[in-house]
Every structure is written in structure tokens, then in C-alpha cells.
Design a protein around this ligand. Structure first.
Ligand SMILES: *[C@@H]1O[C@H](CO)[C@@H](O)[C@H](O)[C@H]1NC(C)=O
Ligand SMILES: *[C@@H]1O[C@H](CO)[C@@H](O)[C@H](O)[C@H]1NC(C)=O
Ligand SMILES: *[C@@H]1O[C@H](CO)[C@@H](O)[C@H](O)[C@H]1NC(C)=O
Ligand SMILES: *[C@@H]1O[C@H](CO)[C@@H](O)[C@H](O)[C@H]1NC(C)=O
Length: 342
């Protein structure tokens, strides 16, 4: 038999990798160790959950649900033909004790499904980073206007942007009311404002948006959202960016304004009589939704909702249940192993 030349041989090389002779280490945990990890994780989750729930409970907040209070406006907005008519609504309320700290104002929507697949997809990211204003192919059904002009910002999310305006005033004494100073910038995630959203150019926005048109539901084009603040205008408008970050649940709140802490408001919102002045534009009753305005102070664990706390507690409880089940198995197994020897 002829010998096969070495370079034609199909035999694997005689190396440690190919011959699978590398030193191996098999990790073997003892039952005790695994049980400890399970119980430890469960205890950790339970503790964090309880702390989160307690701090969410302690957080002071005010929520005023204004769909019913502003019932005339809600009714007016049911009919799309009334959209040109302005509807204002004032809601007085009494704050029994100071709301101390960085007060944030949110709007909260109930029953608004910002998480529908086709809704979430209906946006153009190349447009929103200012690369190509006319790229509207992902935006169905809001891509072009009736005469074929591309819409900017296109898509269902942008078109349905929340557009109530909410102003807060404080009654200083029996004769004087002052407007509570609020900041409309610094509401977004850093990555949104500096990475995901950019204007086509830093200056002369109207000409950069030439050849595009406003979304059908908007009263004015995107480059007029905040004409006096170039860093809050166009796609860089904080209210717009906040709306474009879609919420995962049908009930959600979004940051609307932050308290500017000067004068009477240096410590926060002093106790006293306040009024919300709302320009009611955004229809919600047509889809059975509701709106409210929330004043609260964000804590280290977020805006003071119960969701995270409950999630941790449930996870912790489930882990403990699993641990007990494992322990029961383990004990039964040990017993079985021992019995035959007797
Ligand atoms: C809003 O207020 C009305 C009347 O007080 C109430 O019926 C409704 O359940 C409230 N909605 C929410 C979401 O709290
Ligand atoms: C407000 O938003 C609604 C829903 O998107 C729209 O129908 C309405 O025309 C808007 N009104 C104003 C004044 O922006
Ligand atoms: C109300 O407060 C303003 C501003 O501090 C003050 O000028 C005015 O005199 C006060 N009026 C009354 C009736 O106290
Ligand atoms: C707030 O308003 C109520 C009712 O108008 C009044 O009785 C009360 O004195 C006011 N409180 C303050 C601090 O102005």
C-alpha cells in the first residue's frame, strides 16, 4: 500500500486543540451552594422591592385628572370640525404643605396605546438625525401631504404629538397671582438630544426644511416649535423628543416642565392656592382615554411609580418559592439515597 503524503492526509493535526486534550475544568456546585445563591437572590429582590415601594409611597405627589373637570373642552374636542376653536380650562387646587425640591410637572395619559407595532415603526430615523429631510419611506401612513410634499417630521408618532399647554399660577395674596416659573429644556435623555435627534443644520432652519411640509395635525411647522431658542427648536425640541420616546404601557406619564427655583419657589412649591391653566387641544375621549397633570419630585429610583417595586417584590417571592421547591427536592433525594443502606 502506498503511503499517503502528509499534506493529503485527512488525519487531524496532533495538537492539543484538535485532539481535544486541553485541560478542562468542570464546575460542580454543591446543592447547599446553589440553594444559598437562590435564597440570597430572593432576599435581595424582596428587600429592594420593599424599599422601592416604601419610597414610592412616601413620595409626595399631586395628580389632577382633568378630563372630567374640563368636560366641556373634552366634548368640544370629540368633533374634529371644532379644532380651530380654542378651549381653555382653569383648575384651582390647594396645596396643604410645601412640595420641597426639584418639582417636575408631567402629563399623564390613560388608555393611549403608544406601543402598537405599526405606530412605533411609523417614523424616519434618517430624517430625525437631520441626514435626509425627504426620507419618508418608513412613515406610513403619514409620508407625504396631499400634493406629494414629504412631511417632516413624518409618521404617526410625530403627527399625534401631545399638544395641550399647561401653565401653573400661584396665589401670592388675595390680590396677586404669579406665574410659577417653569423650564422647558433639560427634559430629555442625553442620548436622545445629542445623538438620536439632530437638525439638518444649526442655523437658518426654515430654508433647511424647504421642500417639506408640517404633519397634518400640527398647526405650525417643526422649525417654529420654539423659534426663540435655537437649541430647543426643530427636531431638537424637548417636548417633541419626549413624545417621540414611545411609552411601553397604555398608561404613561411624560415629563412636561421642571420648576425653575427662584424667588418664592427657591425651596420648591410653597403651600397655598394654585391654579392650572390648560389649553385643551389633545382629544382623548374619542378613544376612551383620560388625561391628568402630575406634580412630583423624582426620587433616586425614578418618578415615584410602584411598578419597579412591585416587579422586584414579585421576582423575589417567586425566587423564594423556587428555592423552597429546590430544597424539598434536594431533601427528598438525600433521603432516597440514604434509605437503601439501612
Ligand atoms: C378621573 O376622575 C373621574 C372623576 O373624578 C373618575 O371617574 C375617573 O376614574 C378618574 N380617572 C382616573 C384614571 O383616575
Ligand atoms: C392637537 O393634536 C390633535 C391630535 O393630534 C390634533 O387633532 C389637533 O389639531 C392639534 N391641535 C393643535 C392646536 O395643535
Ligand atoms: C400682595 O403681594 C404683592 C407682592 O408681594 C404686594 O405688592 C401687595 O401689596 C400685596 N397685596 C396685599 C393686599 O397684601
Ligand atoms: C386658599 O383659598 C381658599 C378658598 O378660596 C381660602 O379660604 C384660603 O384662605 C386660601 N389660602 C391661602 C393660603 O391663600
Amino acid at each position: 500500500m502506498k503511503e499517503i503524503p502528509e499534506h493529503l492526509s485527512r488525519m487531524p493535526d496532533n495538537t492539543a486543540v484538535k485532539q481535544q486534550k486541553l485541560p478542562a475544568h468542570e464546575v460542580r456546585f454543591s446543592a447547599k451552594f446553589v440553594l444559598c445563591i437562590f435564597f440570597g437572590t430572593g432576599a435581595f429582590c424582596l428587600c429592594v422591592g420593599v424599599i422601592l415601594i416604601l419610597s414610592a409611597k412616601r413620595a409626595k405627589k399631586i395628580e389632577i385628572n382633568y378630563t372630567t373637570i374640563c368636560a366641556n373642552c373634552a366634548e368640544l374636542r370629540e368633533n374634529p370640525f371644532n379644532f380651530n376653536r380654542e378651549c381653555r380650562c382653569s383648575i384651582p387646587f390647594y396645596l396643604p404643605e410645601i412640595l420641597e425640591g426639584n418639582v417636575h410637572m408631567y402629563y399623564k395619559l390613560y388608555g393611549f396605546y403608544q406601543n402598537l407595532y405599526r405606530y412605533i415603526k411609523s417614523r424616519s430615523n434618517t430624517q430625525l438625525v437631520g441626514e435626509n429631510i425627504k426620507d419618508v419611506k418608513d412613515c406610513t401612513p403619514f409620508t407625504v401631504s396631499r400634493d406629494g410634499t414629504p412631511i417632516a417630521p413624518c409618521g404617526a408618532i410625530a403627527n399625534s404629538m401631545f399638544n395641550d399647554t399647561i401653565m401653573l399660577s400661584y396665589k401670592l395674596n388675595s390680590s396677586v397671582q404669579v406665574r410659577v416659573p417653569m423650564l422647558k429644556k433639560g427634559l430629555t435623555w442625553w442620548t436622545d438630544k445629542y445623538v438620536k435627534f439632530q437638525n439638518p443644520s444649526l442655523n437658518d432652519l426654515p430654508s433647511k426644511f424647504a421642500g417639506s411640509t408640517k404633519p397634518p395635525n400640527w398647526p405650525k411647522p417643526v422649525y417654529e416649535l420654539d423659534k426663540n431658542n435655537p437649541d430647543n427648536n426643530g427636531f431638537l425640541n424637548d417636548d417633541f423628543i419626549v413624545w417621540m420616546r414611545t411609552a411601553a404601557f397604555p398608561t404613561f406619564k411624560k415629563l412636561y416642565r421642571r420648576l425653575y427655583r427662584i424667588h418664592y419657589f427657591a425651596q420648591g412649591l410653597p403651600a397655598g392656592n394654585y391654579t392650572f391653566h390648560i389649553s385643551y387641544n389633545f382629544p382623548v375621549t374619542r378613544f376612551g382615554g383620560e388625561k391628568s397633570v402630575v406634580l412630583s419630585i423624582p426620587t433616586w429610583c425614578g418618578g415615584g411609580g410602584f411598578f419597579l417595586g412591585v416587579a422586584y417584590t414579585v421576582t423575589g417571592a417567586l425566587t423564594w418559592m423556587a428555592s423552597f421547591a429546590l430544597m424539598a427536592f434536594h431533601l427528598a433525594w438525600e433521603k432516597k439515597k440514604v434509605t437503601p443502606k439501612e
